[in-house]
Design a binder for this molecule. Structure first.
Ligand code: PRP
Ligand code: MN
Ligand code: MG
Length: 179
């Protein structure tokens, strides 16, 4: 486990604003997939576990929930640029409607890798919903179909997002500030 210097967390997006945005995203997604038999909602572990839990409860669609575990940061704060798949989907997605749910798109390596992997399995439709987008840090040209909030280049935690595996349980999004 890496040791981290002491830091404080300043609130950036309140739990209330997140909830309102999640509701609006769920409406757009429900409209987009209104004709689906069933939507396979794929959460990228671990960061998306809070977002996917809130999002699926607002979707007005038949859904199946599945997970992929992808990790590129580990306990580091810098992307390794090497995305490792630690756990694959339980079900096949060929010919099915799929929504990937991600907490944050930063360099873009994680999402790019996962989209490549899933599109090779020939889903009928494949879209992405990301809660946060940090466009200033992008290294791979990729973007989510739906984004909750665009944020500046700050190190953020909470609502599922960790700093060295801590602070995922914070109910809001905060930015890390070193003292
Ligand atoms: C974080 C975050 C995204 C990814 C974004 O995951 O949850 O999945 O990094 O970064 P990128 O756009 O630069 O690839 P992490 O690898 O830390 O794993 P975790 O979700 O288990 O925390
Ligand atoms: Mn992640
Ligand atoms: Mg992480």
């Amino acid at each position: 486990m890496t040791a981290h210097p002491p830091y404080v967390i300043d609130e950036m997006i309140s739990a209330k604003s997140i909830a309102a945005r999640v509701e609006a995203l769920a409406r757009d997604i429900s409209d987009h997939f209104a004709d689906t038999d069933k939507l396979v909602v794929v959460g990228l572990l671990r960061g998306s576990f809070v977002f996917i839990a809130d999002l699926v409860r607002e979707l007005d669609l038949p859904v199946e929930v599945d997970f992929i575990e992808a990790s590129s940061y580990g306990d580091s704060t810098v992307s390794s640029r090497e995305v490792r798949i630690l756990k694959d989907l339980r079900s096949g997605i060929e010919g099915r409607d799929v929504l990937v749910v991600e907490d944050i798109v930063d360099t873009g390596f994680t999402l790019h890798h996962v989209i490549g992997l899933l599109s090779a399995r020939d889903p009928a439709r494949l879209e992405v919903c990301a809660l946060l987008d940090k466009p200033a840090r992008r290294e791979v040209d990729i973007r989510a179909t739906w984004t909750g909030f665009e944020i500046p280049d700050e190190f953020v935690v909470g609502y599922g997002i960790d700093y060295g595996q801590r602070n995922r349980n914070l109910p809001h999004i905060g930015k890390v500030r070193f003292e």
